[in-house]
Design a protein around this ligand. Sequence first.
Ligand code: NAP
Length: 489
Amino acid sequence: MSIADRLKDKTLYRTASFIDGAWVTGEGARPVHNPSTNEVIAEIGDVGADGARAAIAAASKAFADWKRVSPFERSKLLMKWHQLILENASDLAMLITLEMGKTFREAQGEVVYGASFIEWSAEEAKRIHGETMHPPFPNSRGWTTHQPVGVVACITPWNFPNAMITRKCAPALAAGCTMVLKPAPETPLSALALAELAKRAGIPDGVFNVICGDAQALGPVMTGAPEVKMIGFTGSTAVGKLLMRQAADGVKRVALELGGNAPFIVMDDADVEAAADGVIASKFRVSGQTCVSANRIIAQSGIADRLIAALEARVSALKPGDGFDASTDLGPLIHHQAVDRVDALVRNARESGARIVTGGKPLVDTLGGSFYAPTLIEGGSPSMDMACFEIFGPVASIYRADSEADILRLANDTPYGLAAYVYTRDVNRVYRITEGLDYGMIGVNAPMVGSASTPFGGMKESGIGREGGKWGVEEFSELKYVLLGNLTA
Ligand code: NAP
């Protein structure tokens, strides 16, 4: 059965870029694989630098009108888009599982999560307003307005092929900006299906463009074009730094959602069973391929053995498999190179003296090249590779520490500062530890932090700016101040 035939609405299977409301095929045919089976599920042409320029020109032309569309009208169009996404949630989830591999259950969750940013931003569009003030001059008044930044160029990763896009384009469009988006080459189908639904919702041509192609050719056009006023990026810290350098020449605004190295702290007084459940939810969601995934589990010495035992039972019971199998807990990694990377980190941990409690090997013989066994490791050094870099795989690694001061030092000993977690029942500890952690988001007795109404983003090398809530929309607006002087009293 072809991929389109597996969808209720075959026209959501789009394999061409979307520029100025039209489908543009581009050159060549880059394959998109199902990571679970390695089957080629689509071939996508490259629109190249010229396609990027055409999309930017379309977004720039559309901006002149879109910024004048009343916020109430923008809100209605976004609400329509939100409604269409929910009506087609099952097809959109199927595309996510097909191209990215996560379980269908996780994919359904992602579609709802992704849509929630459109709903939130649609509501927020009507509430973007300034303030009035008294300047220190006689007979004068001042006021501020929020104006849309302009054309925004965005680049997104493969791990949330739907939600990483809506989290950017919904607030941008709500604020009155237009967008050119380059999705990850592993997962273009979700982005293109979103574009199809945007068109059906009545979002005008040129307001939301999706371009597929070689990042090396498209990237510099997106960061260099004078019409582009802002770069939005979610992905690795290395690429984020590169884009920031490229954007510096035009002094363009940047919003960067980059990598993490989340500590998951379990204190002596914590509910250990709840903490173990939390580790499973944080670490093994999307097979560990999330930026907020618990990367270092720091157990206070008094409960470390109990936590390891509770986790061993849970991790060894996790079932990897195809995302469409209802009994699967964990889908594949994005490709076999990711498996090789994770395995190298595990081998390095072993060499550093860590003990593999369960798992610790690729599942090439049983499930195929993209699967890695759910793994629990303890006793490694805080300077081994998997403590310093994102694991981005289903490997939980436990470190022991004694005092609160040692725990905080260990937790902050990284250039990253995205998400952190702490499990404790002592409110004074909550206060001290959350004050001391250098992280943009902290879950206290909670393993997941993201939502449409709250700020998502990191400190240090994990990024600049926030997505979600009123902050997400503010990222896409310029604050303008007007002074009205010499008024007649
Ligand atoms: P990545 O390698 O940085 O790629 C992300 C995107 O950047 C892809 O679309 C990629 O396209 C593009 N890209 C790469 N080099 C580029 C260049 N020179 N110019 C323009 N675009 C370029 O990251 P990934 O492996 O896809 O995603 C995993 C990373 O994303 C992890 O570090 C994770 O923590 C982070 N992440 C962060 C958040 C957050 O909210 N903070 C959320 C999700 C993921 P090509 O593949 O075609 O090069």
